[in-house]
Design a protein around this ligand. Structure first.
Ligand SMILES: Nc1ncnc2c1ncn2[C@@H]1O[C@H](COP(=O)(O)OP(=O)(O)O)[C@@H](O)[C@H]1O
Ligand SMILES: CC(=O)N[C@@H](CCC(=O)OP(=O)(O)O)C(=O)O
Length: 311
């Protein structure tokens, strides 16, 4: 994996990129950062390698990255190959018992394995676990909301309890946990539920007292008037964001609900960044301007600056 500065940067510009990163790395050293890696941002080999390089960089310089991965397009592709119909309602996949078997097989058996092997190409720090392991997540069945109406989506869950010990123990050992978003029903561990990966990432970020939750997706950030590209939001507070919820569509609904839950639960910043741009996650953490949309408890009028005390 080689990452070279483009030839058009002068030596002074190259040095200033490195120097700009220093105060941010000092600020975030030792803190936990939960990164939600969406299935749409995983479709290209070059992007996947850039993602792995960023995670390994953060780990190397002393942050504690925790990866929660999705795999919606990969699940849909497998369902298609098996000739099983699948449908989304309110951004959530309608999950029959037959679909649930495929969700579990693809998320824990395939996508997670691929990410772990990518991260371990030149090392061994990454360890894959699922929400089912070590009591990490417990869930209850949830419904979707469409036009204000509650609708049944089958074996879909919302996280009700997190026992973060299996993750904190891995972090204490210097590992990089890679987590898939399936979870047992809180009242019956033999029933497994499909958890939207954004929802799982938010619940984990709160339980781990993470400094940041970074959502990698397939848009530049959140648009106030989707799909008007000029309406991209740089930074927004939770109350303002909640007011936008009724106007959002498809997968952005669970994503924004998850960001609200994370920030209200004590995570200092949630970010929506473009996973189609190589290294967007790293740029969000180590540059003065950041990238994508930042969600805070209250929209800070001040431009971000390094040296903010981590929680
Ligand atoms: N206001 C909005 N701003 C940005 N994207 C939006 C908005 N409303 C709906 N979307 C849609 O949400 C999608 C991202 O959600 P999703 O497909 O679930 O991503 P992921 O697989 O990364 O979790 C975007 O591709 C876009 O089509
Ligand atoms: C309930 C629900 O919709 N679960 C998702 C889980 C995977 C996921 O969230 O993947 P992305 O992050 O790639 O969208 C699904 O079945 O597609």
């Amino acid at each position: 994996m080689s990452t070279k500065f483009p030839a058009y940067l002068t030596p002074t510009q190259k040095a200033s990129v490195l120097l700009e990163a220093v105060p941010w790395l000092r600020t975030y050293k030792g803190t936990t950062v939960v990164i939600k890696y969406g299935g749409n941002a995983m479709v290209d080999e070059h992007l996947k390698r850039a993602f792995a390089a960023d995670i390994l960089f953060l780990h190397q310089v002393g942050l504690k990255p925790v990866v929660v991965h999705g795999g919606g397009p990969q699940i849909s592709a497998m369902l298609g190959r098996l000739g099983i119909d699948s449908e989304f309602r309110g951004g959530l996949r309608v999950t029959t018992p037959e679909v649930m078997d495929v969700v579990r097989m693809v998320l824990t058996g395939s996508v997670q394995r691929e990410l772990v092997s990518l991260l371990n190409k030149d090392g061994s720090a990454a360890v894959g676990i699922s929400g089912e392991d070590g009591g990490l997540l417990s869930a209850r069945q949830r419904r979707a909301t469409i036009d204000g109406e509650s609708v049944d989506v089958g074996l879909v869950g919302d996280v009700v309890e997190v026992d973060p010990r299996s993750v904190t123990e891995l972090l204490a050992m210097g590992r990089i946990p890679v987590i898939s978003s399936v979870a047992p029903l809180v009242t019956d561990s033999t029933t497994v539920l499909n958890i939207n990966a954004d929802t799982a990432a938010a619940a984990l970020a709160v339980a781990l007292k993470a400094q940041k939750l970074i959502m990698l997706t397939d848009v530049e950030g959140l648009y106030a008037n989707w799909p008007d590209k000029s309406s991209i939001i740089g930074c927004i507070g939770v109350n303002e964001l909640e007011a936008l919820l009724p106007g959002l569509a498809s997968g952005m609904i669970p994503k924004i609900e998850a960001c609200l839950r994370a920030v209200r639960g004590g995570v200092r910043q949630a970010h929506i960044v473009d996973g189609r741009q190589p290294h967007s996650m790293l740029l969000e953490i180590v540059t003065d301007s950041g990238v994508g949309t930042e969600i805070q408890l209250e929209h800070a009028k001040v431009i971000r600056h390094a040296g903010e005390a981590p929680r």
